[in-house]
Design a protein around this ligand. Structure first.
Ligand SMILES: Nc1ncnc2c1ncn2[C@@H]1O[C@H](COP(=O)(O)OP(=O)(O)OP(=O)(O)O)[C@@H](O)[C@H]1O
Ligand SMILES: Nc1ncnc2c1ncn2[C@@H]1O[C@H](COP(=O)(O)OP(=O)(O)OP(=O)(O)O)[C@@H](O)[C@H]1O
Length: 570
């Protein structure tokens, strides 16, 4: 057995601001060269555990520690944050908090400058890392000009160039398009095999991380380690479901068809899975499943006509983009990192003006409307919750919009409480926002917009950083809004979300509309998937593997059936 790099012994940690410990008596050994995946519901302590390893706890977030944590045999309290930074490289969940350089290149080079690497070698290594994540064109760009995914890639490159022993990734996939995400998982795998580094990945998107093998999966739940198993064992046990976590979609399909999942089937990867009787069962399930009904089309509410826009006049981001959205519809906008998805939402909200084309709401051109006037009808939930929150207490944050609009105290309280309940935040209403996990903060921002009851709700990655339970709750809630006539537009890289909740998806590529169709049609079309950096759904690949004649229709029927199931659960 190789050497232990990280060792938690009866380790308990309580944040100064909390009454109860967030981590309880953790006993965990991580060995040199191991690749570990940590999963767990939102707020279960995953990021807290990571912060203990990189020294942010207790040096930046103070609190009480009992028990010990050693990194390479030395207690982290003795190593200090500087000592730890030489051993552990971290990509944090919120990339904005992590930028130190004025340009992308400087940022990637930061750790090398600190380590006094010769200038020539530094340039070579920075360029190689930038190429590995495909941002070599952006080395002189400033961090403010980057899309969410481009920021994430810069962080990844910064960690990959450094000479640390332990690489720690806190939700590395959250802002990456699926193709880039797959590339990042391959890259992490390659770097680990080449350097023998220890790798720890925290991620909700289990199916995507398992694209490359991991040695163990650790399940955190309520501050304790609920399971510590190889992937095949975990996926064939009820432990994920018991912790409210999502299994890969193809396994859910096999279970619906009546298959038992065993470690011998190699359930951790669709390529290597042994279906045996599964194929016949899937066919029988498909033949017995109901044909979904088409919904009636509602009138158009929002229309984009020939929109053209560029931050820099020479380089248009959008060129003649047109699409319309119907009242009560749930629509997704998808496309690769930097395709212009967030830019579309900023134009709709009026943060920027198009250089040509128009945006109509209920047939009326919005050109003359201010940001404030538009906000009465169109609510916008940004990608990064830390960009939206301005109040200290959760209740005040959610009540703010209603207060500014002059509502009576009584009505404000009723509406805020109702929304907090819907968003699973009621019990935290008197808490400071700073004591919440990233996923919980995201829900606060959704709540603060929902409370205003907009006609159109525009969400940039609504479920990034959410666990499966909250994903279901938020999405079923948004679907409920759809049926009351509120139109929901979601920008997302989450192919599950798109399949399960969007009635239609607009795919952007090169500033134009590449496709406008039902999600299962898009996610089973290799050309569109390839051109827009999306990812084919594993359900489709499963149906093909099982030899079904109509794999697209199989995907559609599965989604319909599963939707009914999930709506019952939430
Ligand atoms: N700086 C802080 N001060 C006080 N309490 C905190 C702080 N950060 C996190 N917590 C508390 O610790 C708990 C665990 O948070 P943590 O961020 O570790 O969860 P997580 O499992 O990473 O969740 P997520 O998947 O939502 O990111 C949260 O419920 C939160 O209340
Ligand atoms: N404020 C800005 N100034 C200059 N360029 C910008 C600015 N914001 C975005 N861009 C550029 O415009 C393009 C589109 O960015 P946008 O944020 O709309 O992409 P996106 O599709 O939302 O990407 P992601 O999936 O990574 O979030 C990118 O090339 C980005 O670098």
């Amino acid at each position: 057995m190789s050497k232990t790099v990280i060792e938690f012994t009866d380790f308990t940690f309580k944040y100064r601001a909390q009454q109860e410990p967030t981590l309880h008596k953790i006993n965990l050994k991580i060995h040199e060269g191991e690749k570990i995946l940590i999963v767990g519901p939102s707020g279960s302590g995953k990021s807290t555990l990571a912060h203990c390893i990189n020294g942010l706890i207790p040096f930046a977030y103070p609190g009480e520690i009992s028990g010990t944590l050693t990194v390479k045999g030395t207690d982290t309290k003795e190593l200090g944050i500087a000592g730890l930074s030489e051993v552990v490289g971290t990509v944090l969940q919120d990339p904005d908090g992590q930028f130190v350089g004025l340009t992308v290149g400087e940022d990637i080079a930061f750790s090398l400058e600190n380590a006094a690497v010769p200038v020539r070698e530094m340039h070579e290594r920075v360029e190689a890392a930038a190429r590995a994540v495909d941002i070599q064109e952006l080395l002189t760009a400033s961090p403010q000009e980057l899309s969410g995914g481009q920021k994430q890639k810069t962080m990844l490159a910064g960690v990959l160039v450094s000479n640390v022993d332990v690489l720690l990734f806190d939700e590395p996939l959250a802002s990456l398009d699926p193709y880039t995400g797959t590339g990042a998982i391959e890259l992490i795998d390659r770097v680990q095999r080449e350097t023998g580094n220890t790798v720890i990945i925290i991620e909700h998107r289990l199916e995507e991380v398992l694209h490359r093998p991991v040695d163990r999966i650790i399940v955190m739940n309520e501050g304790v380690i609920a399971a510590d198993l190889p992937a095949a064992q975990l996926l064939s046990s009820p432990l994920l479901a018991e912790s409210g976590l999502r299994e890969p979609l193809y396994l859910t399909a096999l279970k619906y068809a009546g298959c038992e999942i065993t470690p011998e089937m190699n359930p951790q990867h669709l390529d290597g899975i042994r279906l045996e009787t599964g194929a016949a069962r899937l066919r029988a399930w498909y033949e017995a499943s109901e044909v979904p009904q088409e919904a009636e089309a509602a009138p158009v509410l929002l229309e984009l006509r020939d929109l053209t826009f560029g931050y820099d006049k020479q380089a248009p981001v959008l060129q003649g983009l047109s699409f319309s959205v119907r009242r009560g519809e749930m629509l997704c906008i998808a496309g690769r990192n930097g395709a212009g998805k967030s830019t579309v939402s900023k134009l709709i909200c009026g943060f920027y003006r198009p250089s040509a084309g128009s945006i109509l709401l209920n047939g009326r051109d919005l050109a003359a409307d201010t940001i404030k006037e538009r906000a009465e009808h169109i609510g916008f939930v940004m990608q990064n919750p830390n960009h939206m929150i301005s109040m200290t207490l959760i209740y005040d944050e959610v009540a703010l919009g209603l207060k500014l609009r002059g509502f009576a105290e009584e009505e404000i309280r009723g509406r805020v409480h109702k929304v907090l309940q819907i968003c699973g935040l009621y019990e935290f209403r008197e808490w400071p926002v700073s004591a919440l996990s990233y996923g919980q903060k995201k829900r606060v921002t959704i709540a603060s917009i929902l409370v205003l009851e907009p006609e159109v709700l525009l969400l940039d990655e609504p479920t990034a950083g959410q666990d499966y339970r909250h994903y279901n709750e938020i999405m079923e809630f948004l679907r409920g809004l759809g049926s009351t006539g509120i139109t929901v537009i979601m920008i997302t890289h989450d192919m599950h979300l798109m399949l399960e909740y969007a009635e239609r998806t607009i795919v952007l590529a090169e500033g134009r509309k590449l496709a406008d169709a039902r999600p299962e049609v898009i996610l089973t079309d290799r050309d569109i998937v390839g051109s827009a950096n999306l990812k084919e759904t594993s359900l489709f690949a499963l149906a093909v593997k099982a030899g079904l004649n109509q794999p697209v229709e199989f995907v559609r029927r599965f989604i319909e059936y599963d939707r009914g199931n999930r709506a019952d659960e939430s």
